[in-house]
Ligand binder design. Structure first.
Ligand code: BEZ
Length: 273
C-alpha cells in the first residue's frame, strides 16, 4: 500500500558497481495487478487491525494508504462509510473498481477537517519520511475523540533485506540511509510523536512477524525494493539476482522464502479538546 513519500519529488541518480547507472525512483509507482499477484498476504495479515479499530456501522472511516481497497471493502461490509486514499493511481483505480470511494492523495496533505470517526492504516506509514506532518494531518481529519489505528514496519523491520541492500549499495559507493524511503520507528519514538499532536495512546506494540512468501524473494524485491533499483537494459535483473543471493543464507530455508517483518501496531484516541 502506498502513500505519498516525502523525497521532495526528486529522482536521485547514483552510480554503483553493479555495472549500470541506477536511480532511486518514486516509491509511489505501484502496479495493482502485480501487487495482487504477489502481495495479497499484506492485506490478509492486516485483518486483525480491523478488530482493533472495532468499527461500528454508520461510522465514517478514512483508510490511509488503502492500496487496492481489500481492507476498505471489509470496513464497508461492516456498514462504515469509507474513504480511501492512496498515492498510486493504479491502486486507487483498483479500489474504485471494487465500488469504493478512493482518491489519489498525499497523506501529508489531507484535505479533511474533523470529519472522521476513525483513521485506519495498514502497511503504509513506513513509506512516509515526514511522520509528524502525517500525524498532524490525521489529527486534523479526525473528530474529537476519534480513533487512529495502524500497523506498519517498526524498528528492526526487514533487517536482513536492509543489510543486503546496505552492502550492495555500499559496494558502489552509495549510502542506504541517504537513499532509503523507509521509516521503521521504535514504539517509544512513535508514541512520543502521537502524543505531541494530541493523541492518547491506548496500545502500542512491536512484534516480529516472519512471513513466508507465496513465491520467490525476487517478486517481493521487485515490488518493495524497487525504489532503490532502476537500471536500463536488463541491469536491474542482475541487481535483483545479487540481492537474492545475498539474502539466501538468511531468508531461504530450502523450501520457501520468509521475510523478516517486524510490525509496530498501535491504537490511539484524539483528545477531545
Ligand atoms: C513492510 O511491509 O514491512 C515493508 C514494505 C515495504 C518495504 C519494506 C517493508
Amino acid at each position: 500500500m502506498s502513500v505519498g513519500v516525502s523525497r521532495g519529488g526528486a529522482r536521485r541518480v547514483f552510480a554503483h558497481d553493479w555495472g549500470d547507472m541506477a536511480r532511486v525512483r518514486d516509491a509511489a509507482s505501484w502496479d495493482a495487478g502485480q501487487y495482487a499477484r504477489d502481495s495479497r498476504f499484506v492485506s490478509d495479515l492486516g485483518e486483525p487491525l480491523i478488530e482493533l479499530l472495532a468499527p461500528a456501522a454508520g461510522e465514517r472511516i478514512l483508510d490511509l494508504g488503502c492500496g487496492d481497497g481489500a481492507l476498505s471493502a471489509k470496513l464497508a461490509a461492516r456498514g462504515c462509510s469509507v474513504v480511501g486514499i492512496d498515492s498510486s493511481a493504479s491502486m486507487a483505480a483498483a479500489a474504485r473498481a471494487r465500488g469504493l470511494d478512493c482518491r489519489v492523495a498525499d497523506a501529508a496533505a489531507l484535505p479533511f477537517r474533523a470529519e472522521f470517526d476513525g483513521v485506519f492504516s495498514n502497511a503504509a506509514l513506513h513509506w512516509i519520511l515526514a511522520p509528524d506532518t502525517v500525524l498532524a494531518a490525521v489529527a486534523r481529519a479526525l473528530k474529537p475523540g476519534g480513533r487512529f489505528v495502524g500497523e506498519f514496519g517498526g524498528a528492526g523491520n526487514v533487517s536482513a533485506i536492509v543489510r543486503a541492500l546496505r552492502a550492495a549499495l555500499a559496494g558502489g559507493g552509495a549510502d542506504f540511509d541517504e537513499l532509503s524511503p523507509w521509516y521503521f520507528p521504535s514504539p517509544e519514538e512513535y508514541r512520543g510523536r502521537l502524543e505531541r499532536v494530541g493523541f492518547r495512546v491506548t496500545a502500542i506494540d512491536l512484534f516480529a512477524r516472519p512471513t513466508p512468501l507465496p513465491g520467490d524473494i525476487s517478486a517481493w524485491l521487485k515490488i518493495f525494493a524497487a525504489p532503490f533499483i532502476e537500471a536500463p537494459d536488463g541491469g536491474a535483473d542482475a541487481m535483483y539476482d545479487e540481492l537474492r543471493e545475498r539474502l539466501r543464507p538468511e531468508l531461504w530455508d530450502g523450501e520457501k522464502w520468509t521475510v523478516d517483518y517486524v510490525r509496530l501496531r498501535f491504537a490511539a484516541v484524539l483528545d477531545a479538546a
